[in-house]
Design a protein around this ligand. Structure first.
Ligand code: HIS
Length: 385
């Protein structure tokens, strides 16, 4: 038979890694259930229109035709299916939900990323106050301390900040888009050229330092205070700083801000946050407020905050040890099945020896360094090593 390869960007998971992943998911689910989150599982297949309104980071999706000739996609995001779910089910709100599942995005070739990624996440729906953001930030801090020796750095921003500044500057859409793109790409020469026309404006001092406004929140705060900000931009800035102040008081929590990058998802409408580790390019946690999203699926908007947890990254980095203790073996004959069933219940860690005969079973136990038992005439365990 010829060997069949896996589709590009996919992998098999097995052994210790697969076991650690299950342990990690169990730990997160227990944590969330203890805090009264409701589990939601949505299918991996959705109609394309669920994702149509959002440019989910230019991602390519897997598309299939169902038997009615309608295009369905393997979900590239888990928040939009939850929004779709909420609009079609009359659940009592406010409510806190969580999910664990795989999402599928076709990664650029040679990027080293997998196209199927496991994500856990929470969606806190119906709460307008900052306490919903606090719940997410607390969870990141708790998981960071519990699993990653407190190594997660938080990065805060606000999805409205960039547009607010640009709207105060100009009504020229094309120009605003160009500045935004230069800022996102950190294309400094082009950015400086684009802002040069605002040299007479009071905000020019801010514009000049804007691309560098990321990093330690107190340093960024000091720089912004020097040049000043006004109006709504200032209010948003103060709100980000307020959250930075609160979270920096959590144990082992380093806090940074970023005032010049694209929000992690297009649907965010307020505070955004990411949790990352030094020297790892991908974020382990990413979320934000998205008060308008549910309006896309139903007539009414609903305040909401949520975040995703990159389970695959977390498995690679988390300090959890897979149970790897040895199992003693039980040699048996098929005719003893009913008895074996009882013994298995009594000794859940005993592994059945499936070797053909006692001699093979003994050899196997010896090479594994474990004991071999068998059942004597009275139905009791006896050492047969
Ligand atoms: N779906 C988001 C995370 C999130 C959950 N809820 C809100 N945001 C992501 O994948 O980045």
């Amino acid at each position: 038979m010829h060997k069949v390869n896996l589709p590009l960007g996919t992998r098999d998971e097995f052994g210790k890694r697969a076991q650690r992943k299950t342990q990690l998911i169990d730990l997160i689910e227990t944590e969330l259930q203890q805090r009264n989150y409701m589990k939601v599982t949505t299918p991996v297949l959705e109609y394309q229109e669920v994702f149509a309104d959002f440019d989910l980071k230019q991602m390519q999706t897997y598309q299939l035709l169902d038997n009615n000739n309608e295009t369905v996609v393997l979900r590239p995001d888990l928040t939009l299916p939850i929004a779709r779910f909420l609009s079609t089910n009359n659940l009592k709100l406010p409510q806190k939900f969580y999910y664990v599942g795989d999402r599928f995005k076709i990664a650029p070739p040679l990027s080293g990323r997998y196209n199927q990624q496991t994500q856990a996440g929470i969606e806190i729906v119906g709460y307008a106050s900052a306490k919903a953001e606090c719940e997410c930030l607390l969870l990141i801090n708790r998981l960071s301390r519990r699993l990653l020796q407190g190594k997660i750095q938080l990065e805060l921003g606000d999805a409205r900040f960039i547009d607010t500044i640009l709207n105060e500057l100009s009504s020229n859409q094309a120009l605003k888009q160009a500045i935004k793109a230069a800022l996102y790409q950190k294309n400094l020469p082009h950015y400086l050229q684009l802002i040069s026309r605002f040299i007479e404006q009071p905000m020019f001092k801010f514009l000049k330092i804007w691309p560098r406004l990321f990093g330690d929140y107190q340093e960024v705060q000091a720089q912004v205070l020097k040049v000043g900000l006004s109006g709504q931009a200032r209010e948003l800035f103060e709100k980000i700083m307020q959250f930075a102040d609160w979270t920096s008081q959590l144990p082992n929590q380093q806090v940074t801000v970023d005032l010049s990058s694209a929000p992690p998802q297009e649907y965010y409408t307020g505070l955004t946050f990411k949790g990352f580790m030094q020297d790892i390019s991908d974020y382990l946690f990413s979320g934000g407020r998205y008060d308008q999203l549910l309006q896309n699926f139903q007539s009414q908007p609903e305040p909401a905050v949520g975040m995703g947890i990159d389970i695959d990254r977390l498995v690679d980095e988390a300090v959890i040890s897979a149970n790897s203790h040895k199992h003693d073996l039980l040699f048996f004959e098929p005719a003893q099945l009913a008895l074996v069933s009882q013994i298995c219940e009594q000794y859940p860690e005993l592994e059945l020896s499936l070797s053909l005969d006692l001699r093979h079973a003994q050899r196997n136990a010896q090479s594994l360094g474990v004991k071999l038992y068998r059942l004597n005439a009275q139905g009791d365990l006896e050492d047969a090593t």
